[in-house]
Design a protein around this ligand. Structure first.
Ligand SMILES: O=C(O)CCC(=O)C(=O)O
Ligand SMILES: [Fe+2]
Length: 311
């Protein structure tokens, strides 16, 4: 847990909760020398999500910040800011948008390592974003459940974007390439099913893991102001944008391509293959999304419409 106040060379770091998150002041993200960059990266690994108020980066600086982390991703489905900045997606919504627990783009073979959000237009009140610490969600499970999960893989699909044919299997428990820590890597927006167990077992187990991860004890909640940059480690967190306002809200986001998730040793054959079920078993399936009665936009997604809020 990260509950101490530290002053790093990147500025003043104020942790938000005992679970994750910190606000950082006194740093200019357009002028990071190598030493400051190293300090920022280490602080980010420690707190999982950092918020930098008062940055107001222009588009070039936003993309350049992404390049400090690695290679920015061109999102396949979300509208872009402009032709010169295909790396920047825009979520421009009224009264809500990404009100789904998710980790960004887990239907990719190399899901983003980092997501860099700039708050462009914020409602006068509301519109916070909640984040979870997926290390803690894993570490606090009992030994038998962790042992089971360590050998499982899950399929993630882009079904909510109308693209069930885009899908990939990832370990349910992934090892972070920088910290070596294990985290729970499933989410109710993109994860379709567990590969090695039968469907009813998969549905029950996943629903349990989603609900487990979403407990307040694993969370921080951040109230944005315009010009704030938020950077989350997309390998070990989930997030949810709270739809508690009626006004327009605009965010711009750069994601940075991550590694191929790894972890655990698969100990069992895929259940579907062993039973001779057809290969496309889950590809057009939206059951994982339908199980969340709180996620209004899921019903939009199952009709085939693409919500700008899915990310
Ligand atoms: O609007 C937000 O606060 C978060 C949106 C989101 O899910 C994202 O940018 O990845
Ligand atoms: Fe997101």
């Amino acid at each position: 847990m990260s509950a101490t106040t530290t002053t790093a060379t990147i500025g003043d770091v104020q942790p938000l909760t005992g679970a994750l998150g910190a606000e950082v002041r006194g740093v200019d993200l357009t002028r990071l020398d190598d030493e400051q960059w190293d300090a920022l990266y280490a602080t980010w690994l420690e707190h999982l999500v950092l918020f930098f108020p008062g940055q107001s980066l222009d588009a070039d600086a936003h993309v350049a910040l992404g390049r400090r982390f690695g290679t920015p991703e061109i999102h396949p489905y979300i509208p872009k800011r402009d032709a010169d900045h295909p790396e920047i997606v825009v979520l421009d919504t009224v009264g809500g948008g990404a009100e789904f627990w998710h980790t960004d783009v887990t239907f990719s073979a190399t899901p983003p390592m980092a997501s860099i959000l700039q708050m462009v237009m914020n409602p006068p009140r509301g519109g916070d974003t909640i984040f979870t610490n997926q290390y803690l969600a894993y570490e606090t499970l009992s030994d038998p459940i962790r042992d089971l999960l360590d050998g499982l893989t899950a399929v993630h699909t882009a079904t909510v974007f109308g693209h069930p044919e885009q899908n990939v299997a990832h370990p349910v428990v992934r090892t972070h390439p920088d910290t070596g820590r294990k985290s729970l890597f499933v989410n109710r927006t993109f994860t379709s099913h567990l590969v090695e167990v039968q469907r009813s077992e998969s549905d029950a187990l996943l629903e349990y893991l989603y609900t487990w991860s979403e407990q307040p004890r694993f969370q921080c909640r951040y109230a944005w102001s315009e010009g704030t940059i938020g950077i989350w480690d997309n390998r070990c967190t989930q997030h949810y944008a709270v739809p508690d306002y009626d006004e327009r809200r605009v965010i711009e986001r750069v994601t940075v391509i991550g590694d191929t998730p790894f972890g655990g040793t698969t100990r069992w054959e895929p259940f579907t293959k062993r039973q001779g079920y057809h290969q496309g078993y889950a590809r057009d399936d939206t059951g994982a999304m339908k199980t969340d009665p709180r996620a209004n936009s899921i019903s939009r997604a199952t009709t085939g419409a693409i919500s700008p809020g899915h990310s």
